[in-house]
Design a protein around this ligand. Structure first.
Ligand code: SF4
Length: 362
């Protein structure tokens, strides 16, 4: 039986972390002083990222336990310049400087090819080389809803290890099954789910951020994600990648021991993303392998629409050559990489700034 702990982060984050880890056997039971450890936060946003205070508490906790060979590694959407911006804005650059820890921009890292055990769609996956250079990986996602995958937790957070080209393959080949292959390829030793400040109604960007004050810890990524998604009010069938992962790995959800807070006492049903309520009825979207960030920006654009200036429009998004549909609507190319012939409106940006669409369609 796997174990997942749930603790409240008040009043002291480091003590909360200690309790969460003790419930699952203590840090010393799976990481030692000889290990080199990669910490993988989620910094792919400006409003709701893995709490820097939590990561700082984790660093000092690992130091206290004589685990000193650490690195923090992450990649965001876009390119390594954008990742760099996120590093500075998020405070992670300063944390790494303070504790003399490398901060690795995975968008400019070398790549390795790893074989996928029990593959669903990929036989091999191209990943940042750091996955193989360390001996332990601690995955630290933040609890958010996601317009395409229901929730974004531990499994989804692993996408940051993909090389930029592989990220595009994932969107083309099918995100949900790709995430399962990724989860079965990357050896995560500990998943710490940051439920301090979370995001609902829209995500992974542009949703409502609210305080929940929880931390979850588990050795099995699927089990930890499952308990977190339960707290968020999701049934397993609503989170396809997690449901596939549990099936492929024969994880019995009734056989997970929850320690610390009782799950039913901390359930906080997150407002889910309802894309059919977001996209105006007279707008059609043709997604040709766009990044999540671009699709997210497009969905956010509709927030700024007012009924009186919504035109009938076909919006093309993504880098693949699209077949142009016959229709009387305005043809819009959304994003730098979308180059459709005969576009009436081109929205530039990688991804575009959400307000641009409404300004142009006006
Ligand atoms: S324009 Fe959009 S889809 Fe194209 S690379 Fe940039 S973020 Fe991705």
């Amino acid at each position: 039986m796997g174990r997942v702990s749930i603790v409240k982060t008040e009043p002291d984050l480091k003590q909360a972390l200690h309790r969460a880890l003790e419930f699952i056997g203590g840090i010393g039971s799976f990481i030692g002083s000889e290990d080199s450890v990669l910490l993988k936060p989620n910094l792919n946003d400006f409003d709701c990222i893995t709490n820097p205070g939590l990561v700082e508490a984790l660093i000092t906790y690992l130091f206290d336990n004589n685990i000193k060979k650490l690195m923090i590694a992450e990649s965001t959407f876009g390119n390594h310049h954008i990742t760099e911006k996120h590093f500075r804005h998020s405070g992670y650059y300063d944390i790494c400087k303070k504790y003399d820890i490398p901060l690795v921009n995975l968008n400019k890292s070398g790549s390795i090819e790893m074989k996928v055990p029990n593959p669903l769609i990929f036989n091999t996956i191209h990943l940042a080389k750091e996955v193989r250079e360390v001996t332990k990986i601690i995955n630290i996602p933040v609890m958010k809803v996601h317009y395409a995958t229901g929730v974004t937790l531990g499994l989804k957070n692993l996408k940051g290890f993909l090389t930029p080209d592989e990220k595009k393959h994932f969107h083309a080949a099918g995100l949900d099954k790709g995430i399962v292959d990724l989860g079965n390829t990357i050896p995560v030793d500990l998943t710490l789910i940051d439920g301090i400040n979370c995001m609902e109604r829209m995500g992974p960007k542009g949703g409502d951020v609210f305080y929940l004050g929880l931390l979850l810890a588990g050795r099995n990524i699927g089990e930890t994600d499952y308990i977190a998604s339960k707290i968020m009010g999701y049934d397993l069938h609503e989170v396809k990648h997690l449901s596939y992962f549990m099936t492929v790995n024969k994880v019995d959800v009734n056989n997970i021991q929850v320690c610390g807070e009782k799950c039913e006492n901390v359930i906080r049903r997150f407002l889910k993303v309802k894309t059919d309520m977001i996209i105006p009825k007279n707008i059609r979207i043709y997604n040709h392998n766009a990044c999540s960030a671009c699709m997210n920006a497009l969905l956010l654009s509709f927030r700024f629409f007012k009924e009186e200036f919504v035109n009938d429009a076909d919006i093309y998004i993504g880098s693949e050559q699209a077949e142009i549909k016959e229709s009387p609507g305005i043809k819009v190319a959304f994003g730098n990489c979308c180059t459709i012939p005969g576009a009436h409106v081109t929205i530039k940006g990688c991804p575009p700034y959400p307000l641009l669409l409404v300004e142009k369609l006006k």
